[in-house]
Every structure is written in structure tokens, then in C-alpha cells.
Design a protein around this ligand. Structure first.
Ligand SMILES: Cc1cc2nc3c(=O)[nH]c(=O)nc-3n(C[C@H](O)[C@H](O)[C@H](O)COP(=O)(O)O)c2cc1C
Length: 272
């Protein structure tokens, strides 16, 4: 094992029980410990005081501190800030993440507008009896990616309900977990932030097109973007990393078109 500082991993656990998803995370922990020193902390959403979103939409334009729910949401965000890496773990329930995981995402939805986790790595883990891992991993990929995380590893495991699991499936799950553990450990050991792909650059420009025009409509987003320096014409991405010039050009063209559309939309507000 390399002599590296201990990495703090926060597991956002979407399962309502200590079952397959928990066991898979523990297997992952053991595999990662073969590569780097890690300590896991489990944040069980089932035990957190996290109320469902009321839909008032105050957090997005006016700030998360104005949310009428008084519960663990700010502390959960703080825990993510304190970690080096975050594992988003959910079983597939009804072809999607569990209700606990969805409530967590809903309550922290302001981060889609004001992303902040660019120095953090994420791993996505889901377990299913048959189908739905692709949907859950895809959804969590969008969430973690837009929130700023570098999604470094993914593991979708098939664990049929009942006591028996076919040996070939055990081997397949182990291989998937092993690969995800290696990818996550390697990303955690790397101090640098990766250059963004085309889609991430487009998202940056699409968001800038919207929030630069919404000083009145969404003052909190506007101020956040301004304070981060992201509204400056020199800003090419959320963080100072090399951006492929072609991606930058495509992003700027996209932004220019979007700004025109948004201005038209905003001028039309309130008109019959
Ligand atoms: C309410 C419920 C809904 C489920 N829906 C699906 C599903 O849509 N697709 C699937 O493949 N498995 C489904 N399953 C099976 C679980 O995803 C699977 O057994 C998982 O490993 C359970 O993880 P856990 O032990 O952490 O709860 C469902 C299980 C439950 C309890």
C-alpha cells in the first residue's frame, strides 16, 4: 500500500435497510483498502431528519437558508464538503432510486443551479434484482456531475431477491466492484481536476446563459455566479482547468443563442 493520507469517504446510503446495498459498500471498502487508506462514514438517509421538499421554490431564487424546512439538510451538505469522496448508493426500487434518495436530491436541488463540489470525487453504486441499474446510475451520474463531482467510478450489481445467487453472477459482481474500487481509489489519489468533456462545457455555458440574465428573477443564482467569477467573459469553466478550445467555441455559440432566447422569453413575461 502506498503511504498516502487517509481519505474520508462519505456514503450517502439510500437503502432503508442494512441489506444488499450496504453489503456491497462494505465489499467496496475492503477492495479500496487494498489500494489506499480509506475510512467510510455511512449517512443513512432513513435515519436522517430530512423532510420532503414542500415545492415552495424559495431555495433556488432566494437561497437555501430560506428553506422553510428546518432539518438536517444543511448538515448533510456540510458532511459532503468535509469528505474527500462521496458514494451515492441506492438499490433500485420501482425502476429508480429509493424515495429516501430522491428526497435527498430534491432537498439539495439548489446545488444544480449553484454547483460546488468540484474538488470532490464520487462513486455511484446501485443494486437491483433484475433491471434498473442503468436508470439509477444514469440518474445519479447527472445529479453528481451537475453538482460538480468528478464521477470516477460506477458499479451496478445484480443481486436477485432470495437467498441464492448464481456463481457466475457473484464473479461478475466482484469484477464490477473491483473495477469501480480501482477507478475511485485512483481518482482519490490524484490531486488534479480533470479537464471537462464537451457536455460539461455546454452545461457551463447553458447555465451562464440563464443565470447571467436572471438578476431579478433569480438573484441568489445571479449573485453566486457573479461571486464565483463565472459571469466574467474570461471564465471558460467552473474551475481553472484546460478546456478544449473547440468545446469552448461550441459552448460560447450555444450560450449566445441561449441568451437571445432567454432575453426574448423574459421580455415576453406577463404579456398575453
Ligand atoms: C419496493 C421494491 C422495489 C423494487 N424494485 C425493483 C426494480 O424495479 N427492479 C429491480 O431489478 N429490482 C427491484 N427491487 C429489488 C431490489 O432492487 C434488490 O433486491 C436490491 O438489491 C435491494 O437492496 P437493499 O437490500 O439494499 O434494499 C425492488 C425491491 C423492493 C423492496
Amino acid at each position: 500500500m502506498k503511504t498516502e493520507p487517509m481519505k474520508k469517504i462519505l456514503v450517502i446510503m439510500g437503502s432503508p435497510r442494512k441489506g444488499n446495498t450496504f453489503r456491497a459498500c462494505e465489499d467496496l471498502r475492503e477492495l479500496m483498502q487494498q489500494d489506499i487508506p480509506v475510512e467510510f462514514e455511512y449517512l443513512w438517509l432513513k435515519d436522517a431528519h430530512l423532510l420532503p421538499c414542500k415545492g415552495c421554490y424559495i431555495c433556488i431564487p432566494r437561497g437555501e437558508e430560506k428553506c422553510p424546512n428546518r432539518d438536517d439538510a444543511p448538515a448533510i451538505e456540510e458532511k459532503m464538503r468535509q469528505a474527500d469522496g462521496v458514494i451515492f448508493a441506492s438499490p433500485v426500487y420501482g425502476m429508480n432510486v429509493t424515495g429516501q434518495m430522491k428526497t435527498f436530491v430534491d432537498r439539495l436541488s439548489y446545488i444544480f443551479h449553484r454547483p460546488r463540489f468540484f474538488d470532490k470525487k464520487a462513486l455511484l453504486l446501485s443494486t437491483a434484482g433484475g433491471i434498473g441499474n442503468r436508470e439509477v446510475l444514469g440518474y445519479l451520474d447527472t445529479v453528481a456531475g451537475v453538482w460538480g463531482f468528478e464521477v470516477a467510478g460506477k458499479a451496478g450489481l445484480l443481486i436477485p431477491p432470495g437467498s441464492t445467487i448464481a456463481p457466475f453472477r457473484v464473479t461478475k459482481n466482484q469484477n464490477v466492484l473491483k473495477q469501480a474500487a480501482q477507478d475511485f481509489s485512483a481518482a482519490l489519489s490524484r490531486e488534479t481536476t480533470k479537464s471537462p468533456g464537451l457536455m460539461k462545457v455546454i452545461i457551463f455555458h447553458a447555465q451562464r446563459a440563464a443565470f447571467s440574465q436572471m438578476e431579478k428573477e433569480s438573484p441568489c443564482d445571479y449573485q453566486y455566479w457573479k461571486t464565483q467569477g463565472w459571469l466574467s467573459p474570461d471564465a471558460r469553466y467552473y474551475v481553472d482547468v484546460p478546456v478544449n478550445p473547440l468545446y469552448g467555441t461550441i459552448g460560447r455559440i450555444f450560450e449566445w443563442i441561449q441568451v437571445r432566447n432567454i432575453r426574448k422569453d423574459l421580455q415576453g413575461t406577463g404579456k398575453p
